[in-house]
Design a protein around this ligand. Structure first.
Ligand SMILES: [Zn+2]
Length: 167
């Protein structure tokens, strides 16, 4: 269906309003995204996800109260996506308390998808973060392998989080 002229200004406005948070890379209208500055969120735990919809899947469990980091993708040699193509560069600065509301990060939960790319991404980030001396965990794979977190129900996601293991 063709877009009528009267709808065009509205579409343009939406496109302008949605930006990426400079801290967590989530889609937001205001930078930083509200979670990043919320005192009600636990700033000592960061959950790393591939896409904004994965953040929504974790959030639906209501059991995670920490912060997020959205990569906007996963490592894939076949699709020529390397670490530089992911939104990773702004993750490391977050481990400085002065950049994190004065709070030291003590755990990073790797909640990438249960796919080959998701596993490779979790392993890569795990190796990157381990020398920093913080707890790095991977969500348990009770989830269907090869699936996308978008389609995981809250109960399965909740279990995957609760049964996360240190890597
Ligand atoms: Zn943010």
């Amino acid at each position: 269906m063709p877009i009528s002229n009267c709808q065009l200004p509205i579409l343009r406005e939406v496109k302008q309003r949605i930006i990426l948070c400079s801290i967590c890379n989530n889609l937001t209208e205001i930078d930083p995204y509200r979670f990043c500055v919320a005192t009600s969120r636990d700033h000592s735990v960061i959950c790393v996800v591939e896409e904004p919809h994965s953040l929504v899947a974790v959030e639906k469990t209501r059991s995670f109260k920490g912060l997020y980091h959205v990569l906007h993708g996963s490592l894939s040699p076949m699709r020529h996506i390397g670490p530089n193509e992911l939104h990773l560069a702004n993750l490391l600065p977050r481990f400085k308390p002065e950049n994190n509301g004065g709070v030291e990060v003590r755990e990073v939960i790797l909640a990438t998808n249960p796919t080959t790319e998701g596993e490779a991404t979790a392993n890569y980030i795990g190796r990157l973060l381990k020398p920093l001396g913080l707890r790095v965990t991977r969500i348990a794979m009770g989830m269907p392998v090869g699936g996308d977190m978008e389609y995981v129900d809250e109960v399965t996601m909740d279990k995957a989080l609760a049964n996360r293991h240190e890597i």
